[in-house]
Write a protein that binds this ligand. Structure first.
Ligand code: NAD
Ligand code: 0WE
Length: 263
């Protein structure tokens, strides 16, 4: 589905990352892959994984830094003469923001960081990638979560950042549409990744979601990856500005746990 497509994946930390499931699927679909890594600590992980996906293109890029973003595309343009797709699988808020009452734990600085890393960075990558994507009818993809649309305990300021990210998918779809590019997001169900580790009650959240989802289970990074492959492929040439749920159907339900309610 992705033969001869050049795809940059931002957000691999380890083999459990959603970005790793996306890379695995896109590799199987014949894509040429390149990767960025956040810092030196993650470099060896990413280099080793990239090799398994047939890639030796691994470039440092902390998305908090404009110069690193610019420099990453300078490096990428040395190995590829064009780019068909950017996958943005990055999200971060300071840990203290994600534990406790929203009204009590939210700070100006935490709000700023969450929105900068989790939302603005997608726009920054889209801008920096424009030159290499010219004339290729490319696609931009990001990862969101239901906490953008509904409240749940502790997701807090990340919910606001994801709402902002989803709105920017729509604005970017219009802005990049004039060049023939498509912009979409996948809203994934909860998955045990590095970003999820250390989140209070995450195991409980997984079993809560599995118990209430129409499919009666959680999703895998590979399932998210397969949807990413579809959205990046020409099979999805009519889809842009869209949010696709890959969550075993959890988001369409309500009254979960009714069996346990008092009558
Ligand atoms: P992960 O920890 O494997 O990936 C998060 C990535 O963000 C890491 O690779 C990390 O290096 C990168 N990152 C953070 N700050 C960065 C910075 N300043 N510069 C560059 N990279 C930075 O976790 P994941 O769950 O795979 O997260 C990927 C995306 O999926 C995130 O946007 C997350 O919000 C979203 N998501 C996760 C879940 C879940 O339950 N795991 C569900 C829905 C959506
Ligand atoms: O988007 C995410 C992960 C968000 C995240 C997680 C962390 C933990 C470690 C962002 N920043 C940080 N910063 C850290 O220091 N998810 C969808 C997974 C997730 O995270 C939650 C969830 C779910 C689901 C946090 C609280 C409640 C639910």
């Amino acid at each position: 589905m992705l033969k001869d497509k050049n795809i940059l994946i931002v957000g691999v930390a380890n083999k459990h990352s959603i970005a790793a499931g996306i890379a695995q699927s896109m590799h199987e679909q014949g894509a040429n892959l390149a990767f960025t890594y956040q810092n030196e600590r993650l470099k060896d992980n990413v280099v080793k994984l990239a090799k398994e996906w047939g890639s030796d293109v691994c470039i440092p890029c902390d998305v908090a830094d404009d110069n690193e973003i610019t420099e990453a595309f300078v490096e990428l343009s040395k190995v590829w003469d064009g780019l068909d797709c950017i996958v943005h699988a990055v999200g971060f808020a300071p840990r203290e923001e994600l534990d406790g009452n929203f009204l009590e734990v939210t700070t100006r600085e935490g709000f700023k960081i969450a929105h900068d890393i989790s939302s603005y960075s997608f726009i920054a990558l889209a801008q920096a990638g424009q030159e290499m994507m010219k004339g290729r009818n490319g696609s931009l993809l990001t990862l969101s979560y239901l906490g953008s649309q509904r409240t749940l305990p502790n997701y807090n300021v990340m919910g606001l950042a994801k709402a902002s990210l989803e709105a920017s998918v729509r604005y970017l779809a219009v802005a990049a549409g004039k060049d023939g590019h498509r912009v979409n997001a996948i809203s994934a169900g909860p998955i045990k990744t590095l970003a999820a580790s250390g989140v209070k009650n995450f195991r409980k959240m997984l079993s809560y979601n599995a118990g209430r989802a129409p499919l009666g289970r959680n999703v895998t990074t590979k399932e998210v990856g397969n949807t990413a492959s579809f959205l990046a492929s020409d099979m999805a040439s009519g889809i842009t500005g869209e949010l696709v749920y890959v969550d075993a159907g959890f988001n369409v339900t309500a009254m979960g746990g009714i069996e346990e309610a008092e009558s």
